[in-house]
Design a binder for this molecule. Structure first.
Ligand SMILES: [Cu+2]
Length: 343
């Protein structure tokens, strides 16, 4: 009897030891934000990991900004985050793959858009998503919501030694997140150019960001999701000009009723000869949407030449009043502003 028990204990110990050297689930983070949600690290933290075949990585999504963990198949065209026909309806792989899906480089895996509930500050119930890697290879990771948020997972055979452990990645995630949020703060204090010689135009930066590279895996970005002068005082007849200073994401300037789809400009918005959009607003009840203010995409050999971005929106105010506006994409992060027009 004693021998049988000892044998059983030994079998459990061996099984336990074996399972610790086998399938490990690593932890990483998708995005970081400041407590007021205005500063966002649009980055996988860390964005480069070395793991063994059979391991998984579980990403946590602790922000109010939306992100995805997406492994596209090599050569697959990058899909838009939402259907061109229906804002908010995800395109994905197509579709979303279930938590714990395997990626071996042959078929796309997509977490779906994950983020914190806008009504809670707590990250205790932050969504997570795990991907399993059965095959050795070097795999690129993308967020479909942010063009310059990429990462790489190096999957090695178990006979190879891994250079870093989870503690290293935890520290790296922390320091890179802190660094990107500090970058976003610094961007907010950058002097925006107010031309003293220009008449009848008040300039407002509609968001400001930067793309950085802190590892060998490629781009991460820092973004200040704010109208940099959130309240301005102007006179009847003045024109206010918003300019997006974002290198890779979209914002809107939206007055009045929020449209179901914020991407196109509203019907009363016209295009200027210098490629900006413009509108006239006469009442705080007017519903006027700039549509997406977007930078031109990055140029790359082999890609079709893209048009210049549409980054400016000009509004002339023809009556006094208080005119509140939002970015229709990032208002839940607090991206809102006010124009006070007096006689
Ligand atoms: Cu925005």
């Amino acid at each position: 009897m004693k021998q049988v028990v000892l044998f059983a204990v030994a079998a459990i110990l061996i099984a336990g030891a074996r399972s610790t050297v086998q399938a490990k689930e690593w932890e990483a983070i998708a995005g970081a934000e400041s407590p007021d949600r205005g500063r966002q690290a649009l980055s996988f933290l860390p964005n480069e990991l070395w793991i063994h075949t059979g391991d998984s990585i579980r990403w946590t999504f602790p922000t109010h900004e939306r992100h995805s963990v997406t492994f596209l198949a090599p050569g697959q065209l990058r899909p838009p985050i939402y259907s061109p026909a229906a804002w908010g309806v995800e395109v994905g792989c197509p579709g979303v793959t279930p938590d714990g899906a395997s990626f071996d480089g042959s078929a796309c895996v997509h977490s779906g858009i994950l983020l914190l509930d806008p009504n809670t500050e707590s990250t205790a119930n932050a969504p997570t998503y795990s991907v399993h890697f059965p095959t050795a290879g070097n795999f690129k990771l993308a967020c479909l919501a942010h063009a310059d948020m990429i990462g790489v997972v190096h999957v090695l055979n178990p006979s190879e030694t891994l250079s870093h452990n989870q503690n290293f990645y935890d520290r790296q995630a922390q320091s890179e997140g802190t660094s990107l949020l500090a970058d976003a703060s610094r961007l907010g204090s950058r002097e925006t150019h107010q031309d003293e010689d220009r008449t009848q135009s008040i300039d407002i930066a509609a968001g400001i960001g930067e793309v950085v590279t802190m590892t060998g895996a490629g781009s991460q970005s820092a973004s200040l999701m704010r109208f940099l002068r959130h309240a301005v005082l102007v006179r009847v007849g003045d024109t206010v000009e918003w300019t997006s200073l974002e290198p890779s994401i979209n914002h809107t300037v939206t007055f009045g009723m929020e449209p179901a789809d914020p991407r196109p400009p509203s019907a009363d918005v016209t295009v200027t000869s210098d490629g900006a959009r413009q509108a006239v607003i006469g009442s705080p009840a007017d519903a006027v949407n700039s549509g997406f203010l977007s930078p031109s995409p990055q140029d790359r050999t082999g890609l079709a030449e893209a048009l210049p971005g549409i980054t400016r929106f000009r509004v002339t105010f023809t009556s006094p009043g208080t005119f509140n506006y939002i970015c229709a994409i990032h208002d839940e992060l607090g991206m809102k502003g006010t124009v006070i027009v007096h006689r």
